[in-house]
Design a protein around this ligand. Structure first.
Ligand SMILES: Nc1ncnc2c1ncn2[C@@H]1O[C@H](COP(=O)(O)OP(=O)(O)OP(=O)(O)O)[C@@H](O)[C@H]1O
Length: 249
């Protein structure tokens, strides 16, 4: 069964149709990439999935439930997590302290003065698990603001996992990264996908990352679905090459 089902969704901004009748279905455990040239509607589409915009028309289902009108926080509570192009971390706190914040929130602890010892231990254990998962244990006590950009983004992604989401929406996770950082980020995404059975929908510009990681790819152009298929099918599509890959190469 699909974890995420999008039926014929459109988003108008005045006369501009940013997303035009897009449908997409993502099965649990899949990694689905959304690609397309600048202005194709990718970010708007993500805003619709995560609830920052309400579509002009169409429906969105998550885990079988119609979430079209649900606000972002209720979607998060249902198991949807999203990271943004802009890094959202606390630069003057350490990596461990940054991770501790959402983990405590996930345990309902942030406003409690007295926290039972066993709960404190569960929180600490989950923080260490996340550090380990992200390969960040060696940097745990460093201030996030001092880390390389790639490690900052990794921290942010790990923070979004504190609530143990089932769907992770990643908006250009390798934006602004060099080759080595891009490679490390792709490895982290693969690890999350495989070891945590996390369903991932990813917007990405870097073709190496997409063709390496994705099970399926949707190509958007001018707000519409230009093509959808496996990486091999998309790479072989003349229509896609003309509209997108040709230009990007
Ligand atoms: N809040 C908004 N109000 C009006 N127009 C918008 C708004 N957000 C996006 N648009 C327009 O919708 C179209 C699609 O934009 P969007 O940012 O979704 O594309 P994108 O594929 O994410 O592009 P990029 O790769 O450059 O980030 C563009 O023409 C953009 O100018």
């Amino acid at each position: 069964m699909s974890l995420l089902q999008i039926d014929n969704v459109s988003q108008h901004f005045g006369n501009l149709v940013a997303v035009n009748g897009v449908s997409l279905s993502v099965d649990a455990g899949r990694l689905h990439a959304v690609i397309g040239p600048n202005g194709a509607g990718k970010t708007t589409f993500f805003n619709l999935i995560s609830g920052f915009f309400r579509p002009t028309s169409g429906r969105i289902f998550f885990d079988g439930r119609d979430v079209t009108l649900l606000p972002p926080d209720e979607r998060v509570a249902m198991g949807m997590a999203r990271t943004f192009q802009i890094t959202e971390i606390f630069p003057e706190l350490t990596v461990r302290e940054n991770l501790r914040i959402p983990v405590e929130l996930a345990h309902g602890l942030r406003l409690k003065l007295r926290v039972p010892k066993d709960v404190q231990e569960q929180v600490s254990q989950r923080v260490e698990e996340l550090l380990d998962l992200g390969g960040l244990s060696a940097h745990a006590d460093r201030m996030v603001g001092e880390l390389a950009h790639g490690d900052q983004r990794a921290t942010e992604i790990l923070m979004s996992l504190a609530l143990r989401p089932r769907l992770l929406l990643l908006d250009e996770p390798t934006a602004g990264m060099g080759n080595q950082e891009t490679y490390n980020m792709a490895r982290l995404i693969r690890r999350l996908h495989q070891s945590q059975s996390l369903t991932i929908v990813l917007i990405e510009h870097d073709m190496r990352v997409i063709f390496n990681l994705a099970d399926r790819i949707t190509v958007l152009a001018e707000g519409r679905v230009l093509a959808e298929g496996s990486p091999d099918e998309i790479a072989a599509s003349e229509q896609v090459q003309t509209a997108y890959l040709g230009k990007a190469a």
